[in-house]
Design a binder for this molecule. Structure first.
Ligand code: F6P
Length: 219
């Protein structure tokens, strides 16, 4: 079976301050999550039910907070054997982190680095416009959820073609779109999907959508 594992990065310095966007590092709490995620990856993603190493992939964005969240995940070399018995010609480097620009968080342009309260005070019209149509609203000099849907499309297709389980360490906005796509949700609903910090979402695709399991690694 194919699985997708989605997680947001561990809590960042900006998350603590309530600021959006930026490229801050992890808080102490976020670093703790990174360590717990590494254990989860080792036990539950990189190993199959029989305890054998299983080829798996690890994708992050190009931002510090996702790369730092991946930092503790081991990437040993294994000899890959697939369920059909075929062996890889070459050894497989397990979970080597791959930083993907498409996975970078929705860019808030002029509002990058502000809190929602600051945006409401400084740009009240913008704040109102976003509330009225969160899907189509584009930040000044930034992106909309619609823009993000377009840039994630090739990546979603690549995910569908990949036969190994993939762990994506991403961002709230990005994971909302990927989640909505694989769960077969309406676009309008995507910007409101709940993707909490400190959880791993495991999606198992089936004929018409996905089965979902949520694992909380930290409260
Ligand atoms: O607050 C974390 C964050 O990832 C921001 O960087 C981003 O702008 C925001 O979430 C996206 O959520 P929303 O679309 O609800 O503002």
């Amino acid at each position: 079976p194919r699985y997708f594992y989605f997680t947001r990065h561990g809590q960042s310095e900006y998350n603590l301050l309530g600021k959006i966007g930026g490229d801050s590092g992890l808080s102490a709490n976020g670093s703790e999550y990174a360590k717990r995620l590494a254990l989860f990856a080792k036990d539950s993603i990189c190993t199959d039910a029989a305890g054998q190493p299983r080829p798996s992939r690890l994708w992050t964005s190009t931002m510090n907070r996702t790369k730092d969240t991946a930092a503790w995940i081991e990437h040993p070399t294994i000899q890959a054997t697939y369920e059909d018995g075929s062996k890889e010609k070459h050894d497989w480097i397990q979970m080597r982190p791959m930083a993907r620009r498409n996975l970078d968080e929705l860019y808030a342009g002029t509002c990058d680095g502000m809190t929602y309260k600051e945006i409401e005070e400084v740009f009240p019209e913008e704040f109102k416009a976003r509330q009225e149509d969160k899907l189509a609203y584009r930040y000044p000099r930034g992106e909309s959820y619609m823009d993000v849907i377009l840039r994630l499309e090739p990546l979603a297709h690549e995910m569908e073609r990949t036969r190994e389980p993939i762990l994506i360490i991403g961002h709230q906005g990005i994971l909302r779109i990927l989640y909505a796509y694989f769960m077969g949700m309406k676009r309008k609903e995507a910007p409101y999907v709940s993707i909490p910090l400190n959880h791993v979402l495991k999606l198992t695709p089936h004929a018409y959508g996905c089965h979902e399991d949520r694992v909380c690694l930290m409260t």
